[in-house]
Design a protein around this ligand. Sequence first.
Ligand code: SF4
Length: 106
Amino acid sequence: MFGMEAASSARLLVWIDQDLCTGDGICTDHAPEVFRILEDGIAYVVEEGQVLNDPGGSGSLAVVAPPSEKAVIDSAAECPGECIFIEFEELPELDTSRAPAAEVGR
Ligand code: SF4
């Protein structure tokens, strides 16, 4: 509308099923800021520098910063364990109906 593009209204989240991880490190090659292999030789997700190492499911669901989204998607596509899971979370639309009216020049 009016030549403006709508802002993205979804964010990408990622988690790993550690039971299936082979530890080959393809994900850490693609996105070391999102994936990390710990001492157990298994990959975990990282959010804002914090490893989410509660294995076993979506409890370790990390929000992916937009600059890392493509690398995360590539990692999931190439993961030999097929254990990188991506979810999209819809963000609430901004309610612009309550925005203050613009001042009109006198
Ligand atoms: S690419 Fe997949 S199998 Fe390989 S270390 Fe990463 S999560 Fe594990």
